[in-house]
Design a protein. Structure first.
Length: 393
C-alpha cells in the first residue's frame, strides 16, 4: 500500500508540473503586456491636459513608469532594461520576454515567503480586497463560493443518490420514466437558461431579488435580517442543484441496475434473502465505491466552475476573481487558480482510491507481482537478445 501511494503521489506531482507548464506557456503566449496596452490606450485616447496631442517628451514621461513595471514583472527582456538607451524608448513596446525564462522567474516567485505566486500587475486589486498576497486575495473570494457551492453539492448529492436508487429499483415504471425525463431536461438546459427562469419565478412569487447578500458587507448587515440573507442565497443554490442533480441521478441509477442484474444478487434472491438485506449487504457496498470516485471530483468542478451563477447573482466568489484576471492578463492569479484546483483534483483522486480499501476490504493495493513498466522493458530487452542469439546460430 505504501509503495502504491508513493507511486501515485509521484505521478500526481509530475502531472501537476506538466499541466502548470502547459497552462503557463499558453497564457503567456496569447496574452499581451498589460502595461503596453495601458500605454497605447493612453496615447490613443486623446491628448495631454489641454486636449492636444502628446509630444515626444510627454510620451516618454508616460511610458517610463510603465516600462519599469514591465521590467519588474519580467514582461520584457533584461537586456533592454536601460531606459536611457534611445532604442529602448522606441522599441520596448514590441519586446517580450521568452516564455521559458518567464516561467523560470514564476517558479522562483512560487516559493517566495513574502509574496508567494508573485504579485498582480494591477496593484489596485490588493487595495480593494485588503490582501497582501495572491493566496490571501484568492481565499477572500473562495469563502463566498463555498456559501453557494457546498450546500448545493450536499443537497444535489443526497437527493440525486436517493432518486437514483428508487429509479434503479423501479426500472421501467412510470416513476422511472418521470425521473429519466427530468434528467434529460436539466442535462440539456444550460445554467444560463435556467438562471433567468429561476430569477423571474423567485421575484414574481416570493419577492426575492436577484441579489447575493454579502454577510461581510456592513450596509447589508445593517439593513437585512438573517432570514433575508438565507433567502437571497436560495436561488443560486437552486440553479446549481438543478444542474448537478441530473448527473447524480443517472449515475446512481445505472450503478443500481448493474448491481441488481449481477449474478451474486440473483443468487441471493434465490436463497430467499430479503430486499432490505440485499440492499445493505450487496447493493449499497458495491455502489458506494463508484459513488466515492464521483463525489469529491464533482465538488471540485462545482467549486471552480460556477461562473454563470456567480455572474447572475453578483456573488463575489472565485469565478468573479478569474473573470477579472483573464482580460487583464493577470497570469499570476490564473496560475494560482490552476495550481490549487489541479492539485485538489489530483490528490483527492488518490484519497478516493485509498478509501476503496475501507469501503470494501476485499480491495488490496500491493506490489507482490512486481510487474511494472521497468519490468516490461527488461523482459522486452531479454526477448530481443534471445531472438538475436537464435539468428546468429
Amino acid at each position: 500500500m505504501t509503495k502504491y501511494i508513493l507511486q501515485r503521489l509521484g505521478f500526481a506531482i509530475l502531472t501537476l508540473l506538466i499541466i502548470i507548464f502547459v497552462v503557463y506557456l499558453t497564457v503567456d503566449i496569447f496574452s499581451d503586456n498589460p502595461y503596453v496596452k495601458e500605454f497605447q490606450n493612453t496615447i490613443t485616447s486623446g491628448g495631454g491636459e489641454n486636449g492636444g496631442s502628446h509630444d515626444k517628451g510627454n510620451i516618454y514621461d508616460i511610458a517610463k513608469p510603465l516600462f519599469e513595471k514591465s521590467v519588474k514583472y519580467h514582461l520584457i527582456p533584461y537586456d533592454i532594461s536601460d531606459w536611457n538607451d534611445p532604442w529602448v524608448k522606441e522599441h520596448w513596446v514590441d519586446s517580450k520576454m521568452n516564455p521559458l525564462l518567464r516561467f523560470g522567474y514564476w517558479l522562483s516567485d512560487l516559493f517566495d515567503r513574502e509574496r508567494p505566486f508573485g504579485l498582480p500587475y494591477d496593484e489596485g486589486i490588493f487595495k480593494s480586497s485588503n490582501a497582501n498576497t495572491i493566496p490571501e486575495y484568492y481565499f477572500k473570494y473562495i469563502k463566498f463560493s463555498l456559501i453557494i457551492s457546498l450546500p448545493s453539492f450536499i443537497i444535489s448529492a443526497l437527493i440525486g443518490v436517493v432518486l437514483g436508487i428508487f429509479a434503479g429499483y423501479k426500472r421501467g415504471t412510470l416513476f422511472d420514466s418521470f425521473i429519466n425525463a427530468f434528467t434529460l431536461i436539466f442535462v440539456a438546459l444550460p445554467s444560463f437558461i435556467i438562471a433567468p427562469i429561476v430569477i423571474s419565478l423567485m421575484l414574481k412569487y416570493f419577492g426575492i431579488a436577484p441579489q447575493f447578500l454579502n454577510p461581510e458587507n456592513s450596509n447589508h448587515v445593517q439593513i437585512y435580517t438573517i432570514k433575508d440573507f438565507i433567502l437571497s442565497w436560495i436561488p443560486p443554490i437552486l440553479v446549481i442543484v438543478l444542474g448537478s442533480l441530473s448527473g447524480y441521478i443517472s449515475f446512481t441509477r445505472n450503478q443500481i441496475i448493474t448491481v441488481l442484474t449481477s449474478n451474486y444478487v440473483l443468487i441471493a434472491k434465490t436463497k430467499g434473502i430479503g430486499n432490505v438485506e440485499i440492499f445493505f449487504k450487496y447493493v449499497l457496498r458495491n455502489i458506494s465505491i463508484p459513488l466515492a470516485a464521483v463525489f469529491i471530483p464533482s465538488y471540485i468542478g462545482l467549486l471552480s466552475g460556477s461562473f454563470i451563477v456567480e455572474k447572475y447573482w453578483s456573488v463575489p466568489g472565485v469565478s468573479q476573481a478569474l473573470i477579472q484576471a483573464f482580460p487583464k492578463g493577470e497570469i499570476n492569479l490564473i496560475m494560482f487558480s490552476t495550481v490549487v484546483f489541479t492539485a485538489l483534483g489530483l490528490f483527492t483522486s488518490i484519497i478516493v482510491d485509498v478509501s476503496y480499501t475501507f469501503l470494501d476490504p476485499r480491495i488490496k493495493y500491493g506490489s507482490s507481482a512486481g510487474f511494472d513498466f521497468i519490468t516490461k522493458l527488461k523482459i522486452k530487452h531479454n526477448r530481443n537478445k534471445m531472438y538475436k542469439s537464435k539468428e546468429e546460430l
